[in-house]
Write a protein that binds this ligand. Structure first.
Ligand code: TRP
Length: 332
């Protein structure tokens, strides 16, 4: 008989940028995996409202989206007694550590980031904060001695830079930071746009192919029934050649707890498949919508959760900032 020592739960951190309404892709790709993990991992979730300021923004909208996303996370089942939930800007240690890390990052390194190049190319006025965006992200992660960061493809390079900065700082100034790893969330589904199934949901211009978390049932129905499929007569799971159908199967599988390939055989044609998707998605979103409405009636409650979260986050972060200041040569 082998006896394995009980392992300490890993500290996991997720940041959500409050720039838009949360949608089904966020729920199945990031939020639900995090909520399932909160009983196994030491979970930290925060709203990256400072990151939302790195491109042209509407102040009122950022504030509204920050509260909306916090409310949605709670409605979806994030347990504030279990996980730490807060808004980045309410924890000044993020920006304090950000500056120290800027002193351990090269201009060229930041300038080479693919996301910076893409976003900068699409704008006339590029904010300086867009260049240092990944350094702030490194601060978010390193602040909490984070061990694991669930990341999709688009944030992988930023996570690599975070590791580089941590290793360099530790090598130059002595052991200071836990070096984190980027991980793929175990049970995440990659959800594509219903109207443009080769693009990730939420990344395309118009919202026609996006199911938002708070969409009413009739809107969900309309969007799913209009989803792009193809001219085949039978349902098959071939993501490469038939991305639209594959996406519907992926969504259904994530909702009912099955695999897309196994479900493909259950449907003679696209009509029944789409009706099943409507029912499954509405079944998944209905309780979240209901709970959201209850929570939204008392914004004082959500604000209190965020304030208490910020206080706990400051406690957790203060030690790291102190260590980093001492190490880099400041009077701590
Ligand atoms: N940049 C991330 C995104 O756009 C959000 C984010 C900010 C983040 N800080 C983070 C994610 C720290 C993980 C860890 O999705």
């Amino acid at each position: 008989m082998t006896v394995t020592a009980p392992t300490r739960p890993k500290r996991r951190l997720t940041g959500l940028k409050p720039t838009g309404h949360l949608q089904l892709g966020n729920l199945l790709g990031a939020i639900r995996p995090m909520i399932q993990e909160q009983y196994r991992s030491d979970t930290i979730a925060f709203l990256a409202d400072l990151h939302a300021l790195t491109v042209e923004h509407d102040p009122g909208a950022i504030r509204a989206r920050t509260l909306e996303q916090a409310t949605a996370l709670l409605a979806a089942g994030l347990d504030p007694d279990r996980a730490l939930l807060y808004a980045q800007s309410q924890v000044p240690e993020h920006t304090e550590l950000h500056f120290l890390l800027e002193c351990a990052t090269g201009y060229g390194e930041a300038h080479r980031m693919i996301q910076f190049k893409e976003k900068a190319a699409a704008q006339e006025h590029v904010r300086l904060s867009l260049l240092s965006y990944p350094v702030l992200m490194a601060a978010d992660v390193l602040l909490h001695d984070t061990e694991e960061v669930p990341v999709g493809e688009d944030q992988r390079q930023h996570m690599e830079l975070t590791r580089t900065i941590a290793l360099r700082f530790n090598a130059r100034y002595g052991p200071t930071f836990t070096v984190p790893v980027g991980v793929a969330p175990e049970v995440a589904a990659r959800v594509m746009d219903l109207a443009e199934p080769r693009s990730k949901m939420g990344k395309t211009g118009n919202g026609a192919g996006v199911i938002f978390l708070l969409d009413p049932p009739e809107v969900i129905r309309r969007k799913v029934m209009r989803a792009i499929t193809d001219s085949h007569r039978t349902v098959g799971y071939e993501p490469e050649f038939r991305p639209g159908v594959a996406n519907l199967l992926t969504i259904l599988a994530a909702c009912v707890g099955s695999t897309p390939a196994a479900l493909a055989g259950d449907f003679p044609s696209y009509g029944p498949l789409k009706r099943a998707v409507v029912e499954a998605v509405d079944g998944l979103l209905r309780p979240i919508r209901t709970r959201y409405k209850e929570l939204a009636r008392d914004p004082g409650y959500v604000n209190r959760v965020l304030e208490e979260g910020a206080e706990r986050a400051r406690d957790s972060a203060a030690g790291t900032v102190h260590r980093a200041k001492r190490a880099i040569g400041l009077l701590a």
